[in-house]
Design a binder for this molecule. Structure first.
Ligand code: ZN
Length: 50
């Protein structure tokens, strides 16, 4: 399962349940879908193309 922290935006994956972000240790994480995972993994650095 993949998760993302809504506080710091940290993206990580864990087996099973996670209650807090490994980065900022808040408990505002949510699971992300397969689709979102792919989108997050190929982060568009150059979002401002012209
Ligand atoms: Zn966090």
């Amino acid at each position: 399962m993949n998760y993302i922290c809504e506080v710091c935006g940290f993206f990580f994956c864990r087996m099973g349940e996670v209650n807090e972000c490994p980065s900022c240790e808040r408990n505002q994480i949510r699971s992300v879908t397969e689709e979102e995972t792919q989108r997050l993994q190929e982060l568009p650095d150059s979002i401002s193309e012209r």
